[in-house]
Design a protein around this ligand. Structure first.
Ligand code: ADP
Length: 505
């Protein structure tokens, strides 16, 4: 199938219009497989971020979006989801060209999930119920969830469209307006998303996209603006720290989804093939550029040799190549800068921090699926988030040791465990410090469940009601329930306290 031609210029989308930067600045968008520039992108400045914030502010303060009913907003978000499905090839091509992920993953997983994010949050908001608090004093309280205002969404390059929609969908469904700043390496799908939102009928200014970098650029400007009401960020832990500090100036609530160094524990009683299968996906999908990656693999001693043998054979069988080719499983890393960072970790292994069983640097900006054993547990390869296709494998002797090893990290995003022992599964899941624990699986999500990290992996949770609480300003309404005239006094209903005449019960 021939894919549509890529546009030569990727503009901002502000107040319903596709625009250049105010100063006309542009930067190159480089394809990490061909290592050639594919397009020019509007290089936003803080002034462009301000323009986008002002447009979102007007759309919130004076526009119809926050004043619409949930059903009407939901209809437009469903229409946007349908348009995403209809333009799946173009969107798949956009992210694959920008960051080198296999096109199969975009077509079969990420584009469908992006559309689903919009459908899910539209429906969740519409069907959401609130809490009511009958009070002993003869009053009655309830919670109203009203939109927070202007949301700044700052997203990363590893799952561009999927994470953009993960932020934008709940923000919009709850009636906010948005300024989205996609990562500088992956601008194309965000502009397409904003274009489709207009086509779906979202009013101008409701979803704005501004391109450019973080420090001293649109990213920072969004986090320092007093006109922004919420900041949702996914990215590196160090960037999260900077954003949190900037947001504190105006006391703007932030939701931070940060890095990880996921532990994957395989017990001797696990279904070996099943565990190998998921463990391969957990570290080599998206070339390991996944905050949730299972990058520390702990295998119980009795099956250690058998597991490693099968795991290495599977890692070596992964098809590396042009991410645009169907069938490719591992593409290049997303950028030269990132390739250099991941390569520098492999260089430390030459100094004796561990033994590489398979993998290493490939052609271009490719790092081959890399398995490291006998690793020094004080080394950077073991302790730091590499964000590449590099896994360290260690044996363990007992459940207690496995949990202690898994928790010995400053991160706490997620962990996995493989066992057939039900009690152990629950015990270990409860003992792991992690925002998500997967038992006998990986990456499966119910969008109602909390998502986020402990420790340096983040602040706050999103998903279902957790997203509602973040993207709204929950308001308590407390009413007096006036006493009925004595002649009309009724018996109290079970579970409520009402006034009978002048007597409070
Ligand atoms: P990575 O290190 O994986 O590239 P980053 O955390 O640097 O991830 O980037 C994630 C997103 O955060 C990108 O959209 C980037 O432009 C943005 N960003 C980076 N630095 C800042 C900053 N100081 N303020 C706001 N946004 C930033």
């Amino acid at each position: 199938m021939t894919l549509p031609r890529r546009p030569a210029f990727i503009p901002h989308v502000i107040d319903g219009a596709e625009v250049e930067s105010l100063d006309g600045g542009r930067f190159d968008n480089v394809n990490p497989w061909t290592r050639q520039p594919e397009a020019e992108v509007a290089l936003g400045t803080p002034a462009d971020a301000d323009r986008a914030i002002d447009a979102a502010r007007r759309a919130f303060d004076d526009g119809p979006w926050p004043r619409m009913g949930f059903a009407e907003r939901g209809k437009l978000l469903h229409r946007l989801a349908d348009l995403i499905d209809g333009r799946a090839d173009e969107l798949a091509q956009a992210d694959t060209t920008d960051m080198g992920k296999p096109i199969d993953d975009m077509r079969t997983k990420e584009v469908p999930r992006s559309a689903y994010n919009l459908r899910f949050f539209a429906d969740h908001a519409r069907l959401s119920t609130g809490d009511v608090y009958p009070m002993d004093s003869g009053h009655h309280a309830y919670a109203l969830f009203q939109p927070a205002g202007v949301v700044a969404a700052i997203s990363p390059w590893n799952f561009p469209l999927m994470l953009e929609t993960w932020k934008v969908a709940p923000a919009l469904a709850w009636g906010n307006t948005v300024v989205l700043k996609p990562a500088e390496d992956t601008p194309a799908s965000a502009t397409l998303l904003a274009r489709l939102a207009l086509e779906a009928g979202l009013p101008p200014g409701v979803l704005n996209v501004v391109h450019g970098f973080g420090p001293n650029a649109p990213g920072q400007a969004l986090t320092e603006s007093a006109k922004v009401d919420r900041i949702t960020f996914t990215g590196a832990s160090d960037t999260g720290r900077i954003i949190s500090r900037a947001a504190s100036t105006n006391l703007v609530p932030c939701s931070l989804e940060l890095g990880g160094k996921g532990a994957n524990i395989v017990f001797a009683d696990a279904d070996l093939d099943h565990a190998v299968d998921w463990s391969i996906k957990a570290i080599f999908s998206n070339a390991g550029q996944v905050c949730l990656a299972g990058s520390r693999l702990y295998v119980e001693r009795p099956i250690y040799d058998a597991f490693v043998e099968r795991f290495v054979a599977r890692a070596e069988a992964l098809r590396i190549g042009d991410p645009m080719e169907p069938g490719t499983q591992v593409g290049p890393l997303a950028s030269l800068e990132h390739f250099k960072k991941v390569s520098s970790y492999l260089e430390t292994l030459e100094g004796g921090d561990g033994r590489v069983v398979t993998g290493g640097i490939g052609d271009g900006w490719v790092v081959r699926p890399t398995v490291v054993v006998n690793v020094d547990t004080k080394s950077p390869v073991y302790r730091e988030e590499i964000f590449g296709p590099v896994v360290v494998v260690l044996p363990f002797a007992s459940e207690a040791e496995a949990v202690a090893l898994a928790n010995d990290t400053r991160y706490g995003l997620n962990a996995m465990l493989f066992t057939r022992d039900l009690s152990r599964a629950h015990r270990v899941a409860a003992g792991l410090r992690a925002g998500t624990v997967w038992v006998n699986c990986f990456f499966i999500r119910d969008l109602r469940a909390p998502f986020g990290g402990a420790g340096e992996s983040g602040v706050g949770r999103e998903g279902g009601n957790f997203s509602r609480e973040f993207f709204t300003e929950p308001k308590a309404v407390v009413m007096e329930v006036a006493a009925a005239p004595a002649a009309d006094a009724t018996e109290p209903l079970q579970g409520h306290t009402v006034r009978l005449g002048r007597r409070t019960i």
